[in-house]
Structures are given as structure tokens and as C-alpha cells.
Design a protein around this ligand. Structure first.
Ligand code: F6P
Length: 593
């Protein structure tokens, strides 16, 4: 189905149906340069990162070149044939860890492809990179930080040293502090200012300070305490706050303000609105003490905001926002499911961490999934990847994984600051099955784009209504089979238009997918699943030799928005500041607002 076109410019081999578009979009080109007045004085990465004159070496590596040759001879692999030739393929191309079964047999690979990908991992020093992360080396080079979300799930006896200090006791002290608050709120010991017990918990944060808590709450809703409801306010659009708090009694509401930096504009605007909303009802600034807690690395700012220092849950600088779900950012999750379930979730994370660190690469789930992602991204030219959980509780997982992948690996320079001459992260998107089947799956089956998919399913339902779960899982298995093998027979359509109709109805198949099958959605299996994706994304970043742990790309837009605000306040555009499009749009907005 997918022919190839060789672009010859070092971006790997592109898909035929879109090769014109791909070839033009992916010519190596100069990175956009911000006008001088848009530069961020303290955040100019070029100023901080030593620029190495050496060209990036990934595409020159022997394993990469072998993969390129291998792709040229194997790009037309047919899944039907691969399965026919090897009756045990479905068993052979599978691996298992931490309660997760990975079937990767429906991928456009042979055993040789996997061997070459594994060689690439070795050549790229993946093992060394993994050890560097787990050992607390400062692998986030542009921010000079260790990357230790894995330490958040380590057992009490473990030693992880950062700047000469074992950080594990701090991790466990924080878990104790979180448990105390969570159990006080759940039991009704924590009372609001007027003596009422808390019934509503509102998490205010954005990005990693929202997506993780919101996803985990939804995913573990089955384990959530009855009588407490949870809301997540992230958007600075006032609608988010207004709808979340509509009709709520402030005397029964606890706000958790989550912001690692405590400078994120959206979160601060929402937090101030929350304080006003609370005081409008409770009429005493002392009430803030009983209705606001915060999670942040910036304790001074939290206290300046007016939150009691005892109600501040710290966040170390070695935890990145999108990797912070196991830190105090998970406070709302712990209040929702209780400390024991939260600790089970950490155990699931830990099981996958240990597997990633110790399992041989050919049986290592995150490594295999990461390498397959590289295979499609860099050799087939896939530009997106779809996450398809067949579980309503995981409806927010695609959005969570989107930040995890795209903010981590949406980079254009190597660790040394040299522009890459190969693709990095694909766009990551998705939605729960079976709903997606009735909207976007059409393109997955018959569109001109190759979109590798991850199906995620559970053998046992948490809500086993008669007929539902078998039907749901039949759909999951049917979809991965239909993508892989297409129409088993050409539909018979009679009449004069029959021939054309056949062409429209025919499904060619040969579209790749992974299937992750888990016995049951529990806190532990959720933890293992998230850690699996964290480490798969790490693997991809290691192959691409990029820094998966910074996010400088989001800064410019923040600065520009801040600069515009005074114009809005003064109701006038500053002359000669904007391009003509932005100027016209602001002018229209000011006129019509
Ligand atoms: O702007 C991007 C970002 O920095 C994300 O990386 C982060 O998860 C989010 O904003 C929120 O940041 P903070 O927790 O500091 O408010």
C-alpha cells in the first residue's frame, strides 16, 4: 500500500502518497529566528548551550545506515504475508512486564528489523543514558538539572544522591505529609472555615500541573471516595473557573493551587479568582488558610500569595512538570483514591522503572515501543501517532500523553545545540474506543497517511454490565486486525457502479499497531502504563540525541502575550510593534470587545 519516494536529503525515506508535501515540509531549513526584541534575555538557549561544530552523528551511525538499507529492501513488507509465513508471529513478537502484555506483532517489521533497531539503541548509548537518569546525573543540560521522577517512586531504603544529598528521605517525608492531608480531608477531620467538611476539591494548574491530576482522577474514578467531587481548572478562559465552581459552597471547597514555578500566568489568574470567589462567600481573609493549599517549588511566592506555609507541598527542581504525577502534584489523586491506592500506583510505576532499567532490550517494553516509534517516524515518515484506549476511564490519557511526548521530544537541536537533520517527535493524539471508530478511524483505515496506533485494553471491566465488555474488546481486536489485514475479501457489489464501489469499500490494511493488554485497570497498572510511556519517550529522545526534559519552545508566546496586555489595558496599540496581521487583529478586538 505504501510506496516510497527517496528524498535524498537525509530525512529518511518518505511515504509516496504524501511525498511532495513531506519532502517540502521537511527540507532542512534554518530554524525561525525570533526578532531581537522577542529574545528572552535569561532564557536564550543559544547563549547557554555550548555549540558543537560537529554535525549530528545519528544518520551516520552504522546501525542507522543499515536500517536505511533494510528499509529500502523491506518497505513493502505485508503483514498478511508475515503472519502467513510465521504462524507463531503473534506469540513471538510480544513481551510482558509489570502486568502489561505488549503485542507488537502487527508492526511492519521482521526479526531483522528489530535486531537493527536494537543495535541502533546500543550505538546511541541508550543503556548509558538510562543509567545516567537513574543515577541523578544532570541530563537536562539546558537547565543544568537532574531528571529524577523515577526517585519519586523509589522504596524508602534506596539511595539517590543529588548534589551530595540522598533525596529519597525527602520523597518519603513528602508522601507522609500528603497522606496526612489526604486522610484528613477524606475522613472529614479537615474542616472548612465555618466548620463544614470538604466536599469539593478544585485543582488549579495547567500543563503538567493539570493534565496528570485530571487524567489520574478520571482513570481511578472507580477507586475514588464517595461524597467528594473533583474539578480541574486550567484554562485562563473564565468559563473554566465559572463552570467548575457553579453553585458550589466555598465553605465546603478546598483549592489546590499547583504550579511548579508559581509564575504561570494562567494559574495565577485562576488562583486569584478562586481567592476572590472564596472570600466573597466567606468574608474573612483568615478563611484562605482552611481552603487553599499549594504545590510548588517556589515557596516564597506561594506565601506571598497568602497561602499558609504549613499548607505548602514542595516540589524539587529535578521533577519536570509533565513527569510530576507521582510528586505532590498528585495530591488531588491521593485525596481522591486514598494514600494506600496512591502508593499502589507508585508501585506500578516502580515495577516498570525496574523493568526499563534491568530488562534486556529485546524484551524491554519501553525500549521496544520507543524503537518502533523511531522506525515509523524516521523511515516511513509517519508524522503522527494515535493513542486508542478502550476504556472510558482512560479518556484523558491521550491528552496526557500528548504533552508527555510532544513537549519532551518536539525539539530541533541535539543535546549539543546542533540542528538535527532527521525528524524528531511525531504529533501524538487519540481518543477512547469505541467512540473513535465512529469519527476518525475512517482515516486510519483508508486515508493516505500512515498512522501507527497503540491500542490499550483491559481483560476485566470495572463495570461489568452484561454484554458490554466483550463487545468493547471485540471492537478493539477487530480494529487492530482490520488495520493490519484489511478486507479479507473484496465486497461483492453488483450493477454498473459495482466496480467503482468495490474500490471505495476496499480496505488494503497493512497499517501497524501495538496492543497493550492488561488484566484490570488498577492504581498499579495505571502507574505501570504511564511509566511505560515515559520511558518509551525517553528511549526516542535518546536515539534522537535531544534533551527531552526542557521546553524552551513555549516561552516566546508567553512573553509576547504579556507584552500585549498593557495595550489591552490602555485600549490602544503601541505603534510599530506588531506585524500588520497582529496589529489588525488586536485593533479589531479592541474595537469589538
Ligand atoms: O508552559 C509550559 C509549562 O512550563 C509546562 O512544562 C508545565 O507543565 C506547565 O507549563 C505548568 O508549569 P507550572 O507548573 O510551573 O505552572
Amino acid at each position: 500500500m505504501f510506496g516510497v519516494a527517496h528524498t535524498g536529503h537525509g530525512y529518511g525515506t518518505m511515504l509516496c502518497p504524501l511525498h511532495h508535501c513531506l519532502a517540502t515540509q521537511h527540507q532542512p531549513k534554518d530554524l525561525p529566528v525570533a526578532p531581537d526584541d522577542h529574545r528572552l534575555p535569561e532564557q536564550d538557549t543559544a547563549a547557554r548551550v555550548p555549540v558543537n561544530a560537529q554535525p549530528p552523528s545519528l544518520t551516520e551511525r552504522p546501525a542507522w545506515q543499515s536500517l536505511q538499507q533494510h528499509f529500502e529492501t523491506h518497505h513493502d513488507l505485508q503483514l498478511q504475508r508475515l503472519f502467513a509465513d510465521d504462524p507463531l508471529r503473534g506469540h513471538r513478537f510480544s513481551a510482558e512486564a509489570a502486568g502489561i502484555h505488549l503485542d507488537y506483532s502487527k508492526n511492519l517489521v521482521t526479526a531483522e528489523t528489530i535486531d537493527l533497531l536494537l543495535k541502533l539503541a546500543e550505538e546511541c548509548g541508550l543503556r548509558k543514558r538510562i543509567n545516567a537518569m537513574f543515577n541523578g546525573e544532570k541530563i537536562n543540560v539546558t537547565e543544568n538539572r537532574a531528571v529524577l521522577h523515577v526517585a519519586l517512586r523509589s522504596t524508602a531504603g534506596t539511595r539517590v544522591v543529588v548534589d551530595g544529598r540522598n533525596i529519597v528521605p525527602d520523597v518519603h517525608a513528602m508522601l507522609e505529609k500528603m497522606s496526612a492531608l489526604a486522610e484528613d480531608v477524606r475522613s472529614g477531620r479537615w474542616l472548612g472555615y465555618t466548620g463544614k467538611r470538604i466536599r469539593h476539591v478544585v485543582n488549579i494548574g495547567i500543563g503538567g500541573s493539570d493534565l496528570g491530576p485530571a487524567m489520574a482522577h478520571e482513570a481511578l474514578r472507580h477507586y475514588s471516595q464517595a461524597g467528594l467531587d473533583f474539578h480541574f481548572v486550567s484554562n485562563v478562559d473564565g468559563t473554566d473557573f465559572s463552570e467548575a465552581t457553579r453553585g458550589m459552597d466555598a465553605a465546603e471547597t478546598l483549592f489546590i493551587i499547583c504550579s511548579k514555578t508559581f509564575t504561570t500566568a494562567e494559574t495565577l489568574v485562576n488562583a486569584r479568582t478562586a481567592r476572590r470567589w472564596c472570600l466573597d462567600q466567606l468574608s474573612d481573609s483568615d478563611a484562605v488558610r482552611r481552603h487553599f493549599v499549594a504545590v510548588s517549588a517556589n515557596v516564597a511566592e506561594v506565601v506571598r500569595f497568602g497561602i499558609d506555609i504549613d499548607n505548602v507541598f514542595g516540589l524539587p527542581d529535578w521533577v519536570g512538570g509533565r513527569y510530576s504525577i507521582c510528586s505532590a502534584i498528585g495530591l488531588s489523586t491521593m485525596i481522591s483514591v486514598g494514600a494506600d491506592n496512591f502508593r499502589s500506583m507508585l508501585e506500578g510505576f516502580r515495577a516498570m522503572d525496574e523493568h526499563f532499567q534491568t530488562a534486556p532490550f529485546d524484551r524491554n517494553l519501553p525500549v521496544l515501543m520507543g524503537l518502533l516509534a523511531v522506525w515509523y517516524n524516521n523511515f516511513f515518515g509517519s508524522q503522527t501517532t494515535a493513542m486508542l484506549p478502550y476504556d472510558q476511564y482512560l479518556k484523558r490519557l491521550p491528552a496526557y500523553l500528548q504533552q508527555l511526548s510532544m513537549e519532551s521530544n518536539g525539539k530541533s537541536v541535539t543535546m549539543d545545540g546542533v540542528p538535527v537533520n532527521y525528524r524528531t517527535a511525531p504529533a501524538c493524539w487519540g481518543g477512547p474506543g469505541s467512540n473513535g471508530q465512529h469519527s476518525f478511524y475512517q482515516l486510519l483505515h483508508q486515508g493516505t497517511t500512515l498512522i501507527p496506533c497503540d491500542f490499550i485494553g483491559f481483560c476485566r471491566s470495572l463495570n461489568p454490565l452484561p454484554h458490554h465488555h466483550d463487545f468493547l474488546m471485540a471492537n478493539l481486536f477487530a480494529q487492530s486486525a482490520a488495520l493490519a489485514f484489511g478486507s479479507t475479501e473484496r465486497p461483492a457489489v453488483s450493477g454498473s457502479t459495482g466496480h467503482q464501489l468495490n474500490a471505495h469499500r476496499y480496505i488494503a490494511g497493512n497499517r501497524p499497531s501495538n496492543t497493550l493488554l492488561v488484566e484490570k485497570l488498577t492504581p498499579a497498572t495505571l502507574g505501570a502504563l504511564i511509566a511505560l510511556y515515559e520511558h518509551s519517550i525517553f528511549t526516542q529522545g535518546a536515539i534522537w540525541n535531544i534533551n527531552s526534559f526542557d521546553q524552551w519552545g513555549v516561552e516566546l508566546g508567553k512573553v509576547l502575550a504579556q507584552r500585549m496586555l498593557p495595550e489591552f489595558e490602555n485600549n490602544g496599540i503601541s505603534p510599530a510593534v506588531h506585524d500588520s496581521s497582529t496589529e489588525a487583529l488586536i485593533g479589531r478586538y479592541l474595537r469589538d470587545r
